[in-house]
Write a protein that binds this ligand. Structure first.
Ligand SMILES: Nc1ncnc2c1ncn2[C@@H]1O[C@H](COP(=O)(O)OP(=O)(O)O)[C@@H](O)[C@H]1O
Ligand SMILES: [Mg+2]
Length: 314
Protein backbone atom coordinates (compact mmCIF):
# COMPACT_ATOMS: atom_id res chain seq x y z
CA UNK A 1 0.00 0.00 0.00
CA UNK A 2 1.14 3.51 -0.84
CA UNK A 3 2.79 5.15 2.19
CA UNK A 4 1.43 8.60 1.52
CA UNK A 5 -2.07 7.39 0.85
CA UNK A 6 -1.95 5.72 4.23
CA UNK A 7 -0.85 8.90 6.00
CA UNK A 8 -3.99 10.62 4.77
CA UNK A 9 -6.22 7.76 5.74
CA UNK A 10 -8.61 8.22 8.59
CA UNK A 11 -7.63 6.74 11.93
CA UNK A 12 -10.41 4.68 13.44
CA UNK A 13 -8.47 3.64 16.56
CA UNK A 14 -5.63 5.50 18.23
CA UNK A 15 -3.87 3.59 20.95
CA UNK A 16 -1.48 5.63 23.06
CA UNK A 17 0.91 4.28 25.70
CA UNK A 18 -1.56 1.61 26.65
CA UNK A 19 -0.63 -0.33 29.79
CA UNK A 20 -2.56 -3.14 31.39
CA UNK A 21 -1.59 -4.99 34.53
CA UNK A 22 -3.20 -8.05 36.06
CA UNK A 23 -3.19 -8.47 39.82
CA UNK A 24 -0.94 -11.37 40.81
CA UNK A 25 -1.06 -11.96 44.54
CA UNK A 26 -0.48 -9.39 47.25
CA UNK A 27 0.57 -6.03 45.84
CA UNK A 28 2.05 -7.76 42.81
CA UNK A 29 1.02 -7.38 39.19
CA UNK A 30 1.76 -8.95 35.85
CA UNK A 31 2.37 -6.37 33.16
CA UNK A 32 0.52 -7.65 30.10
CA UNK A 33 0.71 -4.48 28.00
CA UNK A 34 3.64 -2.11 28.15
CA UNK A 35 3.16 1.33 26.56
CA UNK A 36 1.59 -0.04 23.40
CA UNK A 37 1.21 2.77 20.86
CA UNK A 38 -0.20 2.47 17.37
CA UNK A 39 -3.10 3.52 15.13
CA UNK A 40 -5.51 1.47 13.10
CA UNK A 41 -6.82 3.03 9.90
CA UNK A 42 -10.39 2.83 8.78
CA UNK A 43 -10.96 -0.14 6.49
CA UNK A 44 -7.58 -1.73 7.00
CA UNK A 45 -6.69 -5.22 7.91
CA UNK A 46 -4.21 -4.99 10.73
CA UNK A 47 -2.36 -8.18 11.65
CA UNK A 48 -1.15 -8.48 15.23
CA UNK A 49 1.41 -11.21 15.80
CA UNK A 50 3.39 -12.58 18.71
CA UNK A 51 3.93 -15.81 20.58
CA UNK A 52 1.50 -17.17 23.12
CA UNK A 53 1.34 -15.09 26.29
CA UNK A 54 2.68 -11.87 24.76
CA UNK A 55 -0.53 -9.93 25.41
CA UNK A 56 -2.52 -10.16 22.16
CA UNK A 57 -5.79 -11.24 23.75
CA UNK A 58 -5.30 -8.73 26.54
CA UNK A 59 -4.89 -5.97 23.97
CA UNK A 60 -8.06 -7.06 22.16
CA UNK A 61 -10.07 -7.28 25.35
CA UNK A 62 -8.77 -3.94 26.55
CA UNK A 63 -9.73 -2.27 23.27
CA UNK A 64 -13.32 -3.47 23.58
CA UNK A 65 -13.14 -2.51 27.26
CA UNK A 66 -13.67 -5.94 28.73
CA UNK A 67 -10.55 -4.96 30.67
CA UNK A 68 -9.74 -1.58 32.13
CA UNK A 69 -6.43 -0.16 31.01
CA UNK A 70 -4.02 0.66 33.85
CA UNK A 71 -2.91 3.74 31.96
CA UNK A 72 -2.79 5.16 28.47
CA UNK A 73 -5.49 6.13 26.02
CA UNK A 74 -7.76 4.52 23.46
CA UNK A 75 -9.49 6.82 21.01
CA UNK A 76 -12.21 5.40 18.80
CA UNK A 77 -13.21 7.77 15.98
CA UNK A 78 -11.50 10.48 18.00
CA UNK A 79 -13.53 9.76 21.12
CA UNK A 80 -11.71 8.74 24.28
CA UNK A 81 -13.05 5.36 25.38
CA UNK A 82 -10.33 4.46 27.87
CA UNK A 83 -11.78 5.94 31.05
CA UNK A 84 -14.85 5.08 33.06
CA UNK A 85 -17.70 4.67 30.57
CA UNK A 86 -21.25 5.92 30.97
CA UNK A 87 -24.00 3.51 29.97
CA UNK A 88 -24.39 5.31 26.64
CA UNK A 89 -20.64 5.16 25.96
CA UNK A 90 -20.52 1.50 26.92
CA UNK A 91 -23.31 0.81 24.40
CA UNK A 92 -21.44 2.81 21.79
CA UNK A 93 -18.34 0.69 22.36
CA UNK A 94 -20.18 -2.67 22.31
CA UNK A 95 -22.07 -1.73 19.19
CA UNK A 96 -19.01 -0.65 17.29
CA UNK A 97 -16.14 -2.80 18.51
CA UNK A 98 -16.82 -6.50 18.37
CA UNK A 99 -14.61 -9.46 19.12
CA UNK A 100 -14.39 -12.96 17.71
CA UNK A 101 -13.06 -14.98 20.61
CA UNK A 102 -10.05 -17.23 20.44
CA UNK A 103 -11.65 -20.55 21.34
CA UNK A 104 -14.73 -21.45 19.29
CA UNK A 105 -15.62 -24.25 21.71
CA UNK A 106 -15.53 -22.60 25.12
CA UNK A 107 -16.76 -19.22 23.94
CA UNK A 108 -20.16 -20.60 22.88
CA UNK A 109 -22.57 -21.40 25.71
CA UNK A 110 -23.48 -25.09 25.24
CA UNK A 111 -26.93 -24.60 26.76
CA UNK A 112 -28.01 -21.92 24.32
CA UNK A 113 -29.22 -22.46 20.79
CA UNK A 114 -27.29 -20.86 17.98
CA UNK A 115 -30.09 -18.35 17.54
CA UNK A 116 -29.98 -17.39 21.23
CA UNK A 117 -26.20 -17.06 21.13
CA UNK A 118 -26.24 -14.79 18.11
CA UNK A 119 -29.23 -12.77 19.32
CA UNK A 120 -27.57 -12.02 22.65
CA UNK A 121 -25.70 -9.05 21.27
CA UNK A 122 -28.89 -7.51 19.94
CA UNK A 123 -30.71 -8.07 23.20
CA UNK A 124 -27.98 -6.54 25.36
CA UNK A 125 -28.21 -3.48 23.22
CA UNK A 126 -31.92 -3.29 24.05
CA UNK A 127 -33.54 -4.79 20.96
CA UNK A 128 -36.91 -6.31 21.88
CA UNK A 129 -38.61 -6.75 18.51
CA UNK A 130 -38.68 -10.56 18.18
CA UNK A 131 -39.40 -10.53 14.48
CA UNK A 132 -36.50 -8.18 13.79
CA UNK A 133 -34.17 -10.31 15.93
CA UNK A 134 -35.23 -13.46 14.08
CA UNK A 135 -34.67 -11.79 10.73
CA UNK A 136 -31.27 -10.40 11.70
CA UNK A 137 -30.13 -13.79 12.98
CA UNK A 138 -31.23 -15.64 9.89
CA UNK A 139 -29.65 -13.07 7.60
CA UNK A 140 -26.34 -13.19 9.47
CA UNK A 141 -26.39 -17.03 9.47
CA UNK A 142 -26.75 -16.82 5.75
CA UNK A 143 -23.86 -14.42 5.48
CA UNK A 144 -21.49 -16.76 7.31
CA UNK A 145 -22.49 -19.73 5.17
CA UNK A 146 -24.87 -21.43 7.58
CA UNK A 147 -28.59 -22.08 7.18
CA UNK A 148 -31.45 -20.36 9.02
CA UNK A 149 -32.58 -23.74 10.36
CA UNK A 150 -29.20 -24.10 12.09
CA UNK A 151 -30.47 -21.47 14.52
CA UNK A 152 -32.46 -23.97 16.57
CA UNK A 153 -29.48 -26.28 17.10
CA UNK A 154 -26.84 -26.35 19.85
CA UNK A 155 -23.09 -25.64 19.45
CA UNK A 156 -21.99 -29.26 19.99
CA UNK A 157 -23.87 -30.28 16.85
CA UNK A 158 -21.38 -28.36 14.73
CA UNK A 159 -17.82 -28.90 13.51
CA UNK A 160 -14.98 -26.61 14.58
CA UNK A 161 -15.17 -24.57 11.40
CA UNK A 162 -18.93 -24.17 11.73
CA UNK A 163 -18.59 -23.12 15.36
CA UNK A 164 -16.17 -20.46 14.34
CA UNK A 165 -18.73 -19.30 11.78
CA UNK A 166 -21.23 -19.03 14.63
CA UNK A 167 -18.70 -16.97 16.57
CA UNK A 168 -18.25 -14.71 13.55
CA UNK A 169 -22.02 -14.36 13.16
CA UNK A 170 -22.34 -13.42 16.81
CA UNK A 171 -19.75 -10.68 16.50
CA UNK A 172 -21.28 -9.34 13.27
CA UNK A 173 -24.93 -9.21 14.24
CA UNK A 174 -24.59 -5.81 15.92
CA UNK A 175 -23.16 -4.41 12.65
CA UNK A 176 -19.91 -3.20 14.23
CA UNK A 177 -17.34 -1.05 12.46
CA UNK A 178 -14.31 -2.83 13.94
CA UNK A 179 -13.85 -6.57 14.42
CA UNK A 180 -11.10 -7.92 16.64
CA UNK A 181 -10.55 -11.46 15.43
CA UNK A 182 -8.56 -13.24 18.13
CA UNK A 183 -6.78 -16.18 16.51
CA UNK A 184 -10.01 -17.10 14.71
CA UNK A 185 -8.42 -19.98 12.83
CA UNK A 186 -5.76 -21.26 15.24
CA UNK A 187 -7.99 -24.04 16.56
CA UNK A 188 -9.09 -25.17 13.08
CA UNK A 189 -7.72 -27.74 10.67
CA UNK A 190 -5.40 -26.22 8.11
CA UNK A 191 -7.83 -27.22 5.36
CA UNK A 192 -10.59 -25.15 6.96
CA UNK A 193 -8.44 -22.15 7.94
CA UNK A 194 -8.44 -20.66 4.44
CA UNK A 195 -12.22 -20.98 4.18
CA UNK A 196 -12.80 -19.07 7.39
CA UNK A 197 -10.24 -16.40 6.48
CA UNK A 198 -11.78 -15.96 3.04
CA UNK A 199 -15.21 -15.69 4.61
CA UNK A 200 -13.97 -12.97 6.96
CA UNK A 201 -12.38 -11.05 4.11
CA UNK A 202 -15.54 -11.23 1.99
CA UNK A 203 -17.62 -9.99 4.89
CA UNK A 204 -15.08 -7.28 5.62
CA UNK A 205 -15.59 -5.87 2.12
CA UNK A 206 -19.32 -6.25 2.17
CA UNK A 207 -19.83 -4.67 5.59
CA UNK A 208 -17.08 -2.07 5.27
CA UNK A 209 -15.23 -3.37 8.32
CA UNK A 210 -11.88 -2.67 9.89
CA UNK A 211 -10.21 -5.81 11.19
CA UNK A 212 -7.59 -6.37 13.85
CA UNK A 213 -6.54 -9.91 13.10
CA UNK A 214 -4.59 -11.63 15.87
CA UNK A 215 -2.36 -14.61 15.15
CA UNK A 216 0.58 -16.32 16.84
CA UNK A 217 2.63 -16.71 13.70
CA UNK A 218 3.39 -14.57 10.71
CA UNK A 219 2.46 -17.23 8.16
CA UNK A 220 -1.25 -16.77 8.84
CA UNK A 221 -1.43 -12.98 8.49
CA UNK A 222 1.05 -12.73 5.64
CA UNK A 223 -1.43 -12.94 2.81
CA UNK A 224 -4.13 -10.52 3.74
CA UNK A 225 -2.78 -7.92 6.19
CA UNK A 226 -2.23 -4.33 5.09
CA UNK A 227 0.00 -3.67 8.07
CA UNK A 228 1.43 -5.90 10.73
CA UNK A 229 2.39 -5.25 14.33
CA UNK A 230 4.71 -7.63 16.18
CA UNK A 231 4.38 -7.99 19.93
CA UNK A 232 6.80 -9.46 22.42
CA UNK A 233 6.08 -9.67 26.15
CA UNK A 234 3.51 -6.90 26.16
CA UNK A 235 5.58 -4.56 24.01
CA UNK A 236 4.99 -3.71 20.37
CA UNK A 237 8.49 -4.26 18.95
CA UNK A 238 7.88 -3.57 15.26
CA UNK A 239 5.15 -2.24 12.99
CA UNK A 240 5.15 -1.74 9.23
CA UNK A 241 3.30 -2.34 5.99
CA UNK A 242 3.11 -6.10 5.47
CA UNK A 243 5.37 -6.00 2.39
CA UNK A 244 7.90 -3.79 4.14
CA UNK A 245 7.95 -6.04 7.20
CA UNK A 246 8.64 -9.14 5.13
CA UNK A 247 11.22 -7.49 2.91
CA UNK A 248 13.01 -5.43 5.56
CA UNK A 249 12.45 -6.76 9.05
CA UNK A 250 14.52 -4.85 11.57
CA UNK A 251 13.84 -6.17 15.06
CA UNK A 252 15.57 -9.49 15.85
CA UNK A 253 12.30 -10.88 17.21
CA UNK A 254 10.53 -10.19 13.91
CA UNK A 255 13.41 -11.86 12.11
CA UNK A 256 13.04 -14.93 14.28
CA UNK A 257 9.30 -15.11 13.55
CA UNK A 258 9.98 -14.77 9.83
CA UNK A 259 12.57 -17.53 9.92
CA UNK A 260 9.96 -19.83 11.45
CA UNK A 261 7.59 -19.61 8.46
CA UNK A 262 7.68 -22.89 6.53
CA UNK A 263 8.83 -22.51 2.93
CA UNK A 264 6.64 -24.13 0.28
CA UNK A 265 9.75 -25.00 -1.76
CA UNK A 266 11.41 -28.10 -0.16
CA UNK A 267 14.92 -27.02 -1.22
CA UNK A 268 14.51 -23.65 0.36
CA UNK A 269 12.93 -25.22 3.42
CA UNK A 270 15.99 -27.49 3.77
CA UNK A 271 18.47 -24.61 3.54
CA UNK A 272 16.44 -22.29 5.70
CA UNK A 273 18.20 -20.86 8.71
CA UNK A 274 16.09 -20.72 11.80
CA UNK A 275 16.92 -17.63 13.87
CA UNK A 276 16.34 -17.56 17.60
CA UNK A 277 15.70 -14.43 19.58
CA UNK A 278 17.38 -13.85 22.90
CA UNK A 279 16.05 -10.69 24.58
CA UNK A 280 19.24 -10.45 26.66
CA UNK A 281 21.01 -9.27 23.51
CA UNK A 282 19.65 -5.78 24.18
CA UNK A 283 21.58 -3.66 26.62
CA UNK A 284 19.05 -1.21 27.95
CA UNK A 285 20.95 -0.50 31.19
CA UNK A 286 22.15 2.90 30.02
CA UNK A 287 19.79 3.75 27.18
CA UNK A 288 16.02 3.48 27.34
CA UNK A 289 14.40 1.95 24.26
CA UNK A 290 11.36 3.53 22.63
CA UNK A 291 9.11 2.93 19.65
CA UNK A 292 10.70 4.94 16.84
CA UNK A 293 10.09 5.44 13.13
CA UNK A 294 12.96 4.02 11.12
CA UNK A 295 11.40 4.56 7.68
CA UNK A 296 8.09 6.19 6.81
CA UNK A 297 5.41 4.12 8.51
CA UNK A 298 7.92 1.55 9.77
CA UNK A 299 8.41 1.58 13.55
CA UNK A 300 10.76 -0.38 15.75
CA UNK A 301 11.31 -0.61 19.48
CA UNK A 302 14.95 0.31 20.00
CA UNK A 303 17.48 2.39 21.88
CA UNK A 304 19.25 5.17 20.00
CA UNK A 305 22.40 3.15 19.41
CA UNK A 306 20.30 0.21 18.17
CA UNK A 307 18.52 2.61 15.83
CA UNK A 308 21.84 3.63 14.39
CA UNK A 309 22.81 0.01 13.85
CA UNK A 310 19.40 -0.90 12.35
CA UNK A 311 19.63 2.06 9.97
CA UNK A 312 23.00 0.83 8.74
CA UNK A 313 21.58 -2.65 8.18
CA UNK A 314 18.71 -1.23 6.14
N1 LIG B 1 -7.15 -12.95 33.54
C1 LIG B 1 -5.82 -12.91 33.74
N2 LIG B 1 -5.30 -12.81 34.99
C2 LIG B 1 -3.97 -12.77 35.20
N3 LIG B 1 -3.05 -12.81 34.22
C3 LIG B 1 -3.49 -12.91 32.96
C4 LIG B 1 -4.90 -12.97 32.64
N4 LIG B 1 -5.04 -13.07 31.29
C5 LIG B 1 -3.79 -13.07 30.80
N5 LIG B 1 -2.86 -12.98 31.78
C6 LIG B 1 -1.40 -12.91 31.59
O1 LIG B 1 -1.13 -11.81 30.75
C7 LIG B 1 -0.15 -12.15 29.77
C8 LIG B 1 -0.71 -11.96 28.38
O2 LIG B 1 -1.73 -12.92 28.13
P1 LIG B 1 -2.62 -12.96 26.82
O3 LIG B 1 -3.06 -11.58 26.51
O4 LIG B 1 -3.67 -13.97 27.00
O5 LIG B 1 -1.56 -13.43 25.74
P2 LIG B 1 -1.78 -13.98 24.24
O6 LIG B 1 -3.19 -13.74 23.84
O7 LIG B 1 -0.79 -13.22 23.42
O8 LIG B 1 -1.43 -15.44 24.29
C9 LIG B 1 0.28 -13.56 30.08
O9 LIG B 1 1.43 -13.50 30.90
C10 LIG B 1 -0.89 -14.13 30.85
O10 LIG B 1 -0.47 -15.13 31.73
MG1 LIG C 1 -4.61 -15.09 23.15
Amino acid sequence: MEQNAQKEREKILEIKNLCMEFPAGKKKTVKALNNVTFDIYKGENFGLVGESGCGKTTLGRTLIRLYNPTSGEILFNGKNISGKLSKADRDYVTRNLSMIFQDPVSSLNPRMTVEEIIAEGLKTRGEKDKELIRKSVSSILNKVGLLPEHGSRYPHEFSGGQRQRIGIARSLVVKPSVIIADEPVSALDVSIQAQVINLLMDIKKEMDLTILFIAHNLAVVKYFSDRIGVMHFGTMVELADADELYAHPVHPYTKSLLSAIPQPDPDREKDKQRLYYDPSMHDYSKEQPSFQEIRPGHFVYASDSEMEQYRKEL
